[in-house]
Design a protein around this ligand. Structure first.
Ligand code: TPP
Ligand code: MG
Length: 357
């Protein structure tokens, strides 16, 4: 893909200023990304033995985008995303046990086992899903942004989407309105270079970062495998948005290490085995951060092993809890089919004024 854009000033700061994090924070970042990785590996394993059914899209390889963008947010900010949503839910503070139980289709899952992998949802945590229609969440994010402005709050909504979503009409309509109304939304493209099996460069004349051109939404790009750069740039973009400057657009360059979903091959006609292997070898966000911590003398092999053991235990416990939990009762087939309407005859997107739980 042609590199036509120049670096944004924020990105220069992000690349230069890496000493702004302290040791505990950095170790915490690594632990968090390891948790996402082990969680997904566990889900992969559970899927293979039939404990998880339906669609299941893993985020392995893209962890730094989730943490680097959600980490700098406030607890009361919103996140909305597509179907590759497990690690983003974890990053937003959704309980790992609830996410795993949702994958298992159990009653204790975040959507009572009725949403599954693509529909993790936790309104209390400001995690607004989990959406299966490519680009479907983009106008919803504009709606959330509108609600924030209408209520005169200073919250921010982050809207993740895949690179394929920028070819959807809804993307252009939503970004246009977000710019006109100066909505507090950060639109993030998780640019892993491919849709299901189509290279982005085959279906777009312009690189992802230029696709917001003409819509009035300032565009930025970042190495989405570099957690610290992504975190630093996101902080500055969120500050602009909170200050009322309107929406921002971020092309976060990343790579998916697994197949499109659990039922797809890792490589094939659309990308070579060699390409995937070289990305896994050279562009793993966890390895990149781990190496940096090794170089700085903040972590050694033993420390890493202890961290990993702890994380694996947490994930094993989540899987065991999911396995032990009951499936939803038969009557649950008839609940949550239509959204409840409150006494004012209005629907609230974040569950306010609802008494159904
Ligand atoms: C409107 C619509 N068209 C087609 C599909 C089928 N589909 C599911 S995922 C996908 C590719 C999306 O790729 P991208 O947005 O880059 O996200 P990624 O899977 O790479 O995270 C397609 C075409 C869909 N879910 N919705
Ligand atoms: Mg993609």
């Amino acid at each position: 893909m042609p590199e036509t854009e120049t670096m944004s000033p924020e990105e220069e700061v992000a690349e230069a200023d890496l000493d702004r994090f302290d040791k505990d924070q950095l170790l915490g970042f690594l632990r968090e990304m390891l948790l996402y990785r082990r969680f997904e590996e566990k889900a992969e394993e559970a899927y293979a033995i039939g404990k998880i059914g339906g669609f299941c899209h893993l985020h392995i390889g893209q962890e730094a985008v989730a943490l680097g963008i959600i980490g700098p947010l406030r607890e009361d900010d919103y996140v909305i995303t597509a179907y590759r949503d497990h690690t983003q839910a974890l990053a937003k503070g959704v309980d790992a046990v609830g996410v795993m139980a949702e994958l298992y289709g159990k009653d204790t899952g975040t959507s009572r086992g009725k949403g599954g992998s693509m529909h993790i949802f936790d309104a209390e945590k400001g995690f607004m899903g989990g959406h299966g229609i490519v680009g479907g969440q983009v106008p919803l994010a504009a709606g959330i942004g509108f609600a924030i402005r209408y209520r005169e709050e200073d919250r921010v909504c982050v809207c993740f989407m895949g690179d394929a979503a920028v070819n959807q009409g809804a993307f252009h309509e939503a970004l246009n309105m977000a710019a006109v109304w100066k909505l507090p939304v950060l639109f993030v493209v998780e640019n892993n270079e491919y849709g299901m099996g189509t290279a982005f460069s085959r279906v777009s004349a312009l690189p992802v970062v230029e696709r917001a051109q003409g819509l009035g939404v300032p565009a930025h790009h970042v190495d989405g495998q570099d957690l610290l750069a992504t975190w630093t740039l996101t902080e500055s973009l969120v500050e602009k948005i909170r200050n009322g400057e309107g929406p921002q657009y971020l092309d976060a360059r990343t790579y998916r290490f697994k197949g499109h979903s659990m039922s797809d091959p890792v490589s094939g006609t659309y990308r070579s085995k060699e390409e995937v292997e070289s990305k896994v070898r050279e562009r793993d966000p966890i390895t990149i951060l781990r190496n940096r911590l090794f170089e700085e003398g903040m972590l050694d092999e033993e420390g890493l092993k202890a961290m990993d053991t702890e994380v694996r235990k947490e994930v094993d416990e989540a899987a065991q809890a999911a396995d032990d939990a009951p499936f939803p009762a038969d009557e649950e087939l008839y609940t949550h089919v239509y959204s409840e309407i409150n006494e004012h005859g209005r629907l609230f997107f974040d569950g306010r004024d609802r008494e159904d739980d």
